[in-house]
Ligand binder design. Structure first.
Ligand code: SF4
Length: 327
């Protein structure tokens, strides 16, 4: 019975249609004993749309800490005592050096990430524009940024300077968001993604799982991302940070993580699915199965506030699975 349902889901995903909300709920509730069937299907759908190439990206935390928002999972919020490093916007030279080093390790996309609700329109935007222009002229990498809630005018200024992709996570389902953040509305995040999309950016938008959301709310987030027609879905798994309200949250199981990845692949079959923060802590020795679950991308190097493993280990994992980094 369950296997039949899975075959039906696989057929639909291979046709590029993606599961409905109801089918997504059925999928996320499949018992763990079906994980090998889920992985076999996820692998087929990923291969069909993405072949054997894995997209690697890397980031710099260009401005850290002191954020006025109160996202319950985030070590950078000024509302919590987390001992996170705090510093203002990095100079262009520092960002360029980090991007160049990431390029040498195999990353083809590089994202400049800043803490805070947004960035200031004068000095910070000008520094970022200068950095992006220099990146465009000197580095063969796709240029991405994650700068918080943005208006069209500011995004256009950055696009003119060379920004190609805008990253802005919705973090979780709209119905669960008020339990995670009380300092801004979900709609402000959705509108930022819509604006970036309208301006012709490649949009990178996903969330963080393991915050206490239900299976149905995971499906709700995937359905919202589909409605927004985002291009790339970064998936993060909670790595509980000391001092935040979620410091004692129970980690996801590796099988739950794999089912979340597969859910996104089946609901947004042709999109890029990129595994980011929390993968080592949550998946442990099962990290290599992210590709079978449907992922076709991963972040390498350090995460925002926690260290990643050496990129060579990730490259080896990709080769061992018979895959190759996208050029
Ligand atoms: S997730 Fe972003 S907006 Fe939320 S507290 Fe952290 S830095 Fe601020």
């Amino acid at each position: 019975m369950m296997r039949k349902a899975l075959q039906k889901f696989q057929k639909k995903a291979l046709q590029g249609k993606g599961l409905s909300y109801e089918e997504g709920c059925e999928f996320i509730n499949l018992p763990d004993e079906y994980i090998f069937d889920i992985l076999a299907s996820g692998e087929k759908v990923r291969k069909h749309f993405k072949g054997d190439e894995i997209n690697l990206c890397s980031i710099i935390n260009a401005k850290s800490g002191l954020c006025p928002e109160d996202c319950a999972f985030c070590a950078q919020s000024a509302h919590y005592d987390t001992n996170v490093a705090t510093y203002p916007m990095a100079e262009p030279q520092k960002i360029l050096e980090t991007a160049e080093a990431a390029s040498k390790t195999g990353a083809r996309e590089f994202s400049i990430v800043t803490s805070g609700t947004s960035v200031s329109k004068d000095k910070e935007i000008e520094l970022l524009a200068q950095t992006l222009q220099e990146m465009r002229d000197t580095l063969p990498m796709e240029r991405c940024a994650s700068l918080g809630i943005m208006d069209a005018e500011t995004l256009q200024r950055l696009k003119d300077a060379g920004l190609q992709s805008y990253h802005h996570n919705l973090e979780t389902a709209g119905s669960f968001f008020p339990s995670i953040c009380s300092t801004h509305d979900y709609e402000e995040d959705v509108n930022t993604v819509r604006t970036a999309k309208e301006l012709g950016f490649h949009t990178c938008c996903g969330g963080i799982f393991g915050l206490g959301e239900s299976g149905e709310q995971r499906v709700e987030l995937a359905a919202t991302l589909r409605e927004l027609d985002v291009d790339s879905i970064p998936i993060n798994f909670l790595n509980p940070r000391p001092g935040t309200p979620l410091e004692n949250a129970t980690n996801l199981t590796p099988i739950e993580c794999l089912k979340i990845i597969a859910l996104c692949r089946f609901m947004l079959p042709a999109k890029d699915i990129v595994i980011c923060g929390g993968r080592q802590v949550n998946l442990r020795d099962m990290q290599c199965l992210i590709f079978a679950a449907g992922a076709n991308g991963m972040m390498i190097g350090n995460y925002l506030t926690t260290p990643g493993r050496p990129p060579e280990e990730d490259l080896q994992m990709i080769r061992d699975w018979g895959l190759k980094p996208k050029k």
